[in-house]
Design a protein. Structure first.
Length: 97
């Protein structure tokens, strides 16, 4: 199920706290970039399996998700940051946050 705009924003705020506030790190992306990253993950996760080969070719699902992230989040974030973004999306999708 696709997250609403409000849910994407809530997940982006949670991501900002995890990536920057909690570890006292200077943010390298703004909230709109984080909302776009969460939205990208959400949109990609709604891609049906029959469309994956056309959408991502021979990439793994994980690599397809990472490659699908928008800049500047994709280029300014570590592999761990990208994994955290996917985890926060999953928790939001499951209603855990």
């Amino acid at each position: 199920m696709t997250l609403t705009a409000a849910e994407r924003k809530e997940a982006a705020r949670e991501l900002a706290v995890k990536l920057y506030v909690a570890v006292q790190k200077t943010a390298v992306t703004n909230i709109d970039d984080l909302i776009a990253a969460v939205g990208s993950i959400d949109d990609a996760m709604d891609t049906t399996f029959d469309n994956l080969p056309a959408a991502w070719g021979t990439k793994t699902v994980k690599q397809g998700l990472i490659d699908n992230l928008p800049d500047p989040f994709k280029s300014n974030s570590s592999a761990a940051d990208k994994a955290i973004a996917m985890s926060i999306w999953a928790m939001k999708e499951a209603g855990l946050i």
